[in-house]
Design a binder for this molecule. Structure first.
Ligand SMILES: N[C@@H](CCC(=O)N[C@@H](CSC=O)C(=O)NCC(=O)O)C(=O)O
Length: 280
């Protein structure tokens, strides 16, 4: 692992790192915030994973979300991976903002030419945790996950598919039913193929219908978000969760849009939500 930068922040350290991923077959960058508690020798601290949305790298969350202050307050390491492999030039990979680079959708692609490199599900659940565990003082028995939009989709899917791994989950403006909206249909067709049966493994609304997840899920959604009705459809997830007995709170936030200004406003409440569940 190579250190690209480290800056003192809120009493801890905000770092950016790079490693060679065998899962994606590319170099991958990620950011890690270490709170002051991680430096005092007080013992390993819980890990909170952040998954970003379309067009993001590991940097957007680090510079725009204002999460470090709250992570420091609660003593959480926060890891933010990139949103796709980089450094490739697959056909069409860089042509549109919602597919290919910056748009890995947290799936393991099965379709050529994506299947060799676009394996973000395995990267985030298998390879990166090992790297984090080796290099940082973290308690891997206490992991939570949250994210935004495409990353909110990723957070919900990873938590529902790996309930023994993640103790807490929340999301900002998540794409909750990718199989049924244009962003998801485009990505899943490209990465997973035409057979929609294969899509259900990566669709939070399909997954929650058959889930025994029982810790509270927090979702914040701005009602002035221009993607709300067409791409995000949070009511579909809430309905399926309630039917399955999965506790979910959807907070419609008046006047807020899809931006990091919205997320920065409620970031403290999301991190407190995770800290409460990870303290158990
Ligand atoms: N360029 C696109 C929209 C891109 C966009 O809004 N990206 C969001 C995530 S959207 C869902 O995953 C984002 O987080 N952007 C980075 C940022 O720093 O704001 C369009 O114009 O429609």
């Amino acid at each position: 692992m190579e250190t690209l930068s480290e800056n003192r922040c809120c009493g801890g350290v905000q770092g950016v790192y790079r490693h060679e991923s065998t899962v994606t077959g590319t170099p991958m960058q990620f950011s890690v915030y270490r709170p002051p508690q991680a430096a005092t020798g007080a013992g390993p601290v819980p890990v909170l994973w952040w998954l970003s949305g379309l067009t993001c790298t590991e940097e957007n969350f680090t510079t725009k979300a204002g999460a470090q202050r709250y992570a420091a307050q609660h003593g959480l390491v926060v890891v933010a991976p990139d949103t796709s492999p980089r450094g490739l030039d697959l056909p069409g990979e860089h042509d549109t903002y919602d597919f290919g680079s910056g748009a890995g959708f947290y799936v393991d692609a099965t379709q050529e030419p994506w299947s060799r490199h676009y394996r973000m599900h395995s990267y985030i659940t298998e390879e990166l945790p090992v790297v984090i565990g080796e290099h940082f003082s973290v308690d891997m028995t206490r992991q939570g996950i949250f994210g935004h939009s495409m990353g909110g989709h990723g957070a919900l899917v990873l938590a529902l598919r790996h309930p023994a791994r993640y103790r807490s989950v929340s999301a900002f403006a998540p794409i909750v039913a990718p199989s049924r909206v244009p962003w998801g249909e485009k990505a899943f067709t490209g990465y997973l193929g035409e057979d929609r049966a294969a899509w259900a493994n990566y669709d939070a609304t399909a997954l929650v219908a058959d889930s025994d997840w029982r810790t509270p899920i927090l979702i914040d959604q701005g009602d002035a978000d221009t993607f709300l009705g067409t791409q995000l459809t949070p009511e579909l997830f809430v309905e399926a969760a309630q039917t399955a007995g999965v506790p979910v709170t959807l907070r419609m936030q008046p006047g807020y849009d899809h931006s990091y200004y919205f997320m920065a406003t409620f970031m403290g409440e999301h991190i407190a939500h995770h800290a409460r569940l990870l303290a158990i």
